[in-house]
Ligand binder design. Structure first.
Ligand SMILES: Nc1ncnc2c1ncn2[C@@H]1O[C@H](COP(=O)(O)OP(=O)(O)OP(=O)(O)O)[C@@H](O)[C@H]1O
Ligand SMILES: [Mg+2]
Length: 344
């Protein structure tokens, strides 16, 4: 890999890598700053709302906090900028603009070069929408699938399989020493959000008197997620008729987390089986898990065992599930030859 940047046109160009996610979006820039935000954009509903929130638009956690006053958008829900809905396009544009302002220093240039990682499926659908969205404030753009950005960041460019477990999608990408093509990639729509819905349903069935919402459910999952054998009982406090009460949710957490596994295993096996037989073993021994869902306890071990029935298998985790995609995209921005960039 080239150490020196060959793409920088002038000292005034800021390079950024952006990971546009369903639930969280992250940015890394070559001035050393990194930031992330929940992928929510909200506009005040009326003039009262505008007065209450005091801003023309809110992002992330702040938007969630004021959601009752806002028209809320989660523009990459299901991995696509919904076609034809101007507001979703607008929301993506504002989200990217916001991310850039978070890392841009006043002395930094107006010129921005952005590599944007998006869920693999949306890669197919809306490159044009994305171009439109960033044309206003970036000089040049390159759009990649998120697992490719992750792979680039960890230097897994040859004989590797990246599985990025996000909120809306699980994205798969086989790396074989070239820029991956469409057939090297796959997307499954049962990911983190799906686990939350499953857990919600299971707990509603088991504890009909308990009073909880999807936010609490996601928090329980993020604190206690696991597959396989439980190391300890999972107990959480959920109010019953206004009184905080301890509930055991071990079995429900396990079932909910395991609900995404069959599709993950199936897609992994299919992608590998489609690949040149001589390299299948090498890929199986170089599987990399990324994204928030990679933090589920026991996941790597489970996949090693299950996929291991087809031959020796090694599964490892990226070091930084939050910034892995953005860091990889930045690395790409630094090293990519000039003719790959789309000038806007
Ligand atoms: N410790 C954890 N255990 C299980 N799931 C977790 C954990 N921490 C975060 N998550 C889940 O990971 C998901 C978010 O991951 P990530 O930020 O990679 O998604 P995203 O990039 O926004 O989504 P996508 O890639 O689908 O667009 C959420 O569903 C979140 O609840
Ligand atoms: Mg993601």
């Amino acid at each position: 890999m080239a150490k020196k940047s060959t793409t920088k046109k002038a000292d005034t160009t800021l390079l950024v890598g952006i990971d546009l996610g369903t639930s969280r979006s992250a940015i890394s820039s070559d001035n050393g700053k990194k930031k992330w935000v929940e992928s929510y954009v909200g506009w005040p509903r009326d003039f009262i709302a505008r007065k209450v929130v005091g801003k023309p638009m809110l992002f992330g956690e702040e938007a969630v906090k004021h959601r009752l006053s806002l028209d809320m958008y989660r523009p990459l829900k299901n991995g696509v900028i919904k076609e034809g809905t101007a507001r979703d396009e607008e929301a993506v544009k504002e989200l990217i603009r916001h991310l850039i302002t978070l890392v841009q220093n006043a002395k930094d240039a107006e010129k921005i070069r952005a590599v944007v990682g998006v869920p693999a499926e949306s890669f197919k659908v809306n490159k044009v929408a994305l171009k439109k969205a960033v044309a206003e404030f970036a000089e040049s753009l390159f759009v990649v699938s998120e697992p490719f950005a992750v792979a680039y960041g960890v230097g897994a460019l040859d004989n590797a399989l990246v599985i990025d477990i996000g909120a809306g999608t699980v994205d798969f990408c086989i790396m074989h020493g070239t820029v991956p093509s469409e057939e090297d990639q796959r997307t499954v729509l049962t990911a983190g959000d799906y686990i939350d819905q499953q857990l919600f349903t299971f707990l509603e069935e088991r504890y009909p008197e308990a009073d909880f919402n999807l936010n609490m459910i996601r928090r329980f999952k993020e604190q206690h997620s696991f597959v396989g054998n439980a190391e300890e009982e999972v107990e959480v406090e959920i109010p019953v008729e206004g009184k905080s009460t301890v509930h055991n949710i071990t079995e429900e957490i396990k079932r909910a987390c395991e609900s995404i596994l069959p599709a993950v295993v199936e897609s992994t096996l299919e992608l590998i089986a489609k690949f040149d037989p001589e390299y299948q073993d090498a890929i199986r021994e170089n599987i990399i898990l990324a994204g928030g869902g990679s933090q589920i306890k026991g996941l790597a071990e489970y996949l090693e065992k299950t996929i291991g029935e087809y031959g020796p298998t090694k599964v490892r985790l990226v070091e930084d599930p939050l910034f892995g995609g953005a860091d990889g995209a930045l690395e790409l921005a630094r090293e990519m030859p000039e003719d790959y960039w789309t000038n806007l």
